[in-house]
Design a binder for this molecule. Structure first.
Ligand SMILES: Cc1cc2nc3c(=O)[nH]c(=O)nc-3n(C[C@H](O)[C@H](O)[C@H](O)COP(=O)(O)OP(=O)(O)OC[C@H]3O[C@@H](n4cnc5c(N)ncnc54)[C@H](O)[C@@H]3O)c2cc1C
Ligand code: SF4
Length: 332
């Protein structure tokens, strides 16, 4: 492991003054929260900061429901968020995505802010034995192109990077149109989560719209019938402690068995948490019948570029959407 110093500022102003950045491999000073992703990457030499600046105790960990919606502080743990009564009752897709993530030990330690900033599970990114990885070493190439692609994306890819976004929570959240609260030395701003993560394009090492020194302070999720009748379906190689091959987050507004409005997001297939507006438009006014759902789900594959070992995701994503809608639709 590259030697580093760990700093514990007394307040956020101190953290901002440190010059730390989030989510950039080339940053010599980085933030750390629960450490569950960061420490793995340090151990594997994927990240080599000289200084780590702890956000522990500096950010809000409260989870509260107000007329504006559900606010989750960035320092809330995955475990506390998944178990919160307001989440379980009004936002089941969030609780289900969290409970399908990692392990109880990791969920007790990992924060919601860190979850959104976790790095990809592309095996070539996490193994420095492979020199070519544009995300880890900009301009070095991409070992996944022409290599093993089972874990990689089919939507939103570029010639520079086809890495899938790894977070289950981000997929569930993006289906609910939340905003992310960002803070820095110069103040506060909000960004829709749908615009928070960037497509890889030619700069896959820049994964979010965070400015240097900015941190995630919280997430505000609007309450809605969509959020109440929602479901997260995760398909993976084993039933626990495994990342998604494909996942589907859905929320439905139903009347007499007819879909008035549907929100659908996909995981495991996109280079960022992936909404499918074409599918949502086709579901509007549809009955909860398999043929109609299947027809709408087929639109999710528009623009998909499977490469070798991940072609199976084309069929799997459609089946996941249909199953997730059927499960959400059966909810009271
Ligand atoms: C064994 C294992 C299995 C896992 N399985 C899953 C899974 O199935 N599904 C899933 O979704 N995830 C999974 N994860 C990932 C896990 O959810 C993340 O590691 C965790 O959420 C990261 O949170 P953290 O607080 O520990 O972040 P850290 O590791 O401390 O930080 C991660 C990144 O976020 C940045 N950061 C942290 N907080 C902030 C903030 N407030 N503002 C700005 N930047 C910040 C850090 O600088 C760093 O770049 C797994 C992790 C492990 C170790
Ligand atoms: S897909 Fe992206 S993360 Fe994976 S090797 Fe290629 S550049 Fe690196």
């Amino acid at each position: 492991m590259h030697p580093f110093s760990l700093e514990r500022p007394r307040d956020l102003a101190g953290a901002f003054a440190s010059g730390a950045q989030a989510g950039r491999n080339d940053a010599p000073i980085e933030f750390i929260a629960g450490g569950t992703d960061m420490v793995q990457l340090l151990q594997e030499h994927v990240r080599r900061p000289d200084r780590l600046v702890s956000l522990s105790g500096l950010l809000d960990a409260t989870i509260e429901l107000s007329p504006e919606g559900l606010r989750i502080g960035a320092a809330a743990t995955m475990a506390d968020t998944a178990a919160h009564p307001a989440v379980l009752e009004g936002f089941p897709v969030i609780a289900e995505a969290l409970l399908a993530s990692a392990s109880p030990q990791v969920r007790n330690q990992a924060t919601i802010g860190g979850n959104l900033l976790q790095r990809t599970r592309c095996p070539y990114f996490r193994d420095v034995g492979y020199a070519a990885c544009n995300k880890r070493a900009p301009g070095s190439g991409c070992s996944a192109l022409g290599g093993e692609t089972r874990w990689n994306a089919v939507l939103g890819t570029s010639q520079s990077c086809i890495a899938a976004h790894a977070s289950d929570l981000a997929v569930a959240l993006v289906a609910l149109d939340p905003v992310v609260e960002l803070r820095s030395a110069s103040g506060q701003r909000t960004v829709p989560l749908a615009e928070f993560h960037r497509l890889p394009g030619e700069t896959p090492h820049i994964e979010t719209v965070l400015e240097p020194g900015e941190v995630v302070a919280g997430i505000l999720v609007p309450a809605s019938p969509i959020a109440r009748r929602s479901h997260y379906l995760k398909v993976r190689d084993r039933a626990s402690f495994e990342f998604a091959l494909v996942s589907a987050a859905v929320g439905l507004d139903l009347e007499d068995g007819i879909i008035r409005d549907a929100h659908v997001a996909l995981g495991g297939v996109g280079t960022k948490p992936w909404r499918v507006p074409e599918v949502e438009a086709a579901l509007s006014g549809a009955a909860l019948e398999e043929a109609a759902l299947r027809q709408a789900a087929a639109l999710a594959t528009q623009g998909a570029e499977p490469r070798g070992g991940n072609a199976f995701k084309i069929e799997l994503m459609q089946r996941a959407i249909v199953r997730a809608i059927q499960t959400a639709g059966a909810r009271a």
